[in-house]
Design a protein around this ligand. Structure first.
Ligand code: 3PG
Length: 208
């Protein structure tokens, strides 16, 4: 399995993204990349997600790292790789998914929310895990406790993280980066304001 920790360490924050169209994806990702966020997770939550990954990869420079989020089945993992996703993220982990991503040798960040889940993922060979949903599953206290019993695991906490709480997570030795959607909020009209994204991305890079 390729090492997803190398991917995580490239960016202090990984924006978790959900796009309604390829055009929206390209416009937003261009801003994020320009502001220094070079690792981008495009979730497979809209029909256009796979083509968005493809379009963003084609548009951004080669040092951008574009991955797929919400990869909950082996079929989605294969489709995401086909679309060009350089890494995958999942909110959880099943035996079938673990088996598939290992066979595909794809950098993969499976989600866990408890010690038993972390131990199971570790047994399957994963050393970097998404801690999700971080804010309601124990937050930084959970990660400190895990660090003392499973010190060889690294985490990317995600879920309810904001620019105000991200630094506390990032200060922990077992946190490689944090993920979140706060940088790309949708307005009441359902659109993403690119000026606001620029501002939030800049603040995230400076603060986190
Ligand atoms: C995810 O898929 O990782 C979460 O939806 C991101 O969590 P957030 O929207 O609370 O930042």
């Amino acid at each position: 399995m390729s090492d997803v920790v190398d991917v995580l360490k490239k960016s202090p924050v990984i924006p978790v993204l959900a796009f309604k169209s390829e055009q929206e994806a390209v416009e937003v990702c261009r801003v994020l990349f320009d502001e220094g966020l070079s690792v981008l997770e495009i979730t497979l939550r809209h029909d256009s997600a796979l083509s968005a990954i493809n379009a963003v990869k084609a548009d951004l420079p080669a040092d951008a790292c574009v991955g797929a989020g919400t990869v909950i089945t082996a079929d989605l993992a294969e489709a995401a790789i086909e679309a060009g996703a350089e890494f995958g993220v999942s909110p959880g982990l099943t035996p079938a998914l673990a088996d598939a991503v290992k066979k595909l040798n794809w950098p993969f960040l499976p989600g866990v929310a408890s010690l038993s889940e972390a131990m199971q993922a570790r047994e399957w060979g994963f050393r970097a895990l998404k801690f999700f949903p971080a804010n309601i599953s124990g937050g930084t206290g959970f990660l400190k406790a895990v660090g003392s019993v499973l010190p060889d695991l690294m985490f990317c906490p995600t879920g309810g993280i904001t620019v105000d709480t991200a630094p506390d997570y990032r200060a922990l030795p077992n946190v490689a980066t944090v993920g979140g959607s706060w940088i790309t909020p949708r307005g009441k009209d359902g659109t993403i304001d690119l000026g606001l994204v620029r501002e939030l991305a800049r603040t995230a890079v400076e603060t986190v």
